[in-house]
Design a protein around this ligand. Structure first.
Ligand code: KIV
Ligand code: ZN
Length: 390
């Protein structure tokens, strides 16, 4: 059975770049945009053109160089924003304007001092106006996660009528539970007239650590686009992590959903974004963290050396990591020591291994991790003669 495609909307350069202290210059943004295009993302949200001349320039230049992906610019439901975004995107092969407004009670009351009906009018006007510049218009209902479903459905129906091609349902504050977010998508699928003319999109924030789970729940319930960032960077606790949703769908073919991402580029893209933004990837980060394919306890190491799948569900090469690593610590066993010794040039017999292992444990108790030079030192200091096979 053929897989249903889920579009990947990358917002590393817009929502991701809102991380304090991680500002990128135009040149860095261009390099990242080119890489995202090679990675196979469907849409690159390049920035918020009206926010600053620098952002306008970046969106404008990215629009010129991106070959495959749609290039998107963010706006508020404000005509001037939409005009500026259209101008910034004018060279894009496939331009998209992303416009929208807050729809939750607190946004309507406190942010806009307005009423649901007036907000609805602004939404319709923004989409109609954006449509005069580009065919592809995405509408976001900011704080949809905390918006009453009935009102949200009314807004969605109205903006589809006005021409919206994609409906973004952001859980702006990262509040929803996966069941709740999935149920919201299902409700919209079942209650919005004309929904077949538009694609539902997940945009989840990670304040409760649920951004990835919520996005997956969204696509299981009918959404066909996920908005995400490399390494999950973004405001506060971040956005949905691109590498996580892509690999979840790959690891679960039973869901019958897939993306066009070239997963072999995930690790190098993660490293590139991390270096350019000066933002370290936490070692235990799923898929791309330095420990994601590292094994340090003796029981796990023995299992992985015998058969990798015993403790790994992803082949590291599938995400561009050369191989699983066997980290030598005081909790490592003989199998791990023999494996690493062989890698640096020693094929140890059982007697040799027993002798070296005793020395290894003494050494390892004093050091957090035993590296290749330590292995040479331990073996060379061994009372029994051990020849290198190299
Ligand atoms: O989180 C959010 O609501 C957003 C919108 C502006 C799309 O980033
Ligand atoms: Zn966001």
């Amino acid at each position: 059975m053929s897989m249903d495609k889920v579009d990947i909307f990358d917002t590393t350069l817009r929502d991701g770049e809102q991380v304090p202290g991680c500002k990128l210059d135009s040149k860095q943004k261009l390099v990242i945009a080119e890489r995202l295009d090679q990675l196979g993302v469907d849409i690159i949200e390049a920035g918020f053109p009206i926010s600053s001349p620098g952002d306008f320039k970046s969106v404008n230049e990215i629009a010129k160089i991106v070959k495959e992906a749609t290039v998107c610019g963010l706006t508020r439901s404000v005509r001037k924003d939409i005009e500026v975004a259209a101008e910034a995107l004018k060279y894009a092969k496939k331009p998209r304007i992303h416009t929208g407004i807050g729809t939750s009670e607190s946004h309507i009351k406190y942010k806009f001092n307005s009423t649901p009906d007036k907000i609805l009018e602004r939404a319709i006007d923004a989409v109609k106006y954006a449509k005069t510049f580009v065919e592809d218009v995405e509408f976001y209902a900011e704080d949809a996660g905390r918006t009453d479903n009935e009102y949200l459905a009314r807004v969605c129906e109205a903006v589809i009528k006005a021409g919206a091609t994609v409906l973004n349902i952001p859980d702006t504050t990262g509040y929803c539970l996966p069941e709740e977010y999935g149920a919201k998508m299902k409700y919209l699928k079942e209650n919005v007239k004309g929904i077949e003319k538009a694609k539902l999109s997940c945009h989840c924030h990670n304040d409760l650590g649920l951004a990835t789970a919520n996005s997956i729940s969204g696509v299981i319930n009918g959404a066909r686009q996920i908005e995400c960032t490399i390494n999950g960077i973004g405001e506060r606790a971040g956005n949905t992590s691109l590498e996580e949703v892509v690999m979840i769908l790959r690891q679960h073919p039973d869901l019958n959903l897939d993306t066009d991402i070239n997963s072999k580029l995930l690790y190098s893209t993660s490293q590139m974004v991390s270096h350019k933004m000066g933002m370290v990837v936490q070692p235990n980060k799923a898929i791309v963290g330095s420990n994601a394919f590292a094994h340090s306890s003796g029981i796990h190491q023995d299992g992985v050396i015998k058969k990798r799948e015993t403790y790994e569900i992803i082949d590291p090469e599938d995400v561009g990591v050369n191989e699983s690593s066997i980290v030598l610590t005081a909790r490592s066993g003989r199998a791990a020591l023999a494996y690493r010794a062989k890698k640096v040039g020693y094929e140890l017999t059982k007697v040799q291994l027993d002798s070296v292992y005793t020395e290894f444990l003494k050494f390892a108790d004093q050091k957090k991790e035993i590296v290749d030079t330590d292995i040479h030192q331990i073996i060379e200091a061994s009372p029994i003669n051990i020849e290198s096979i190299a």
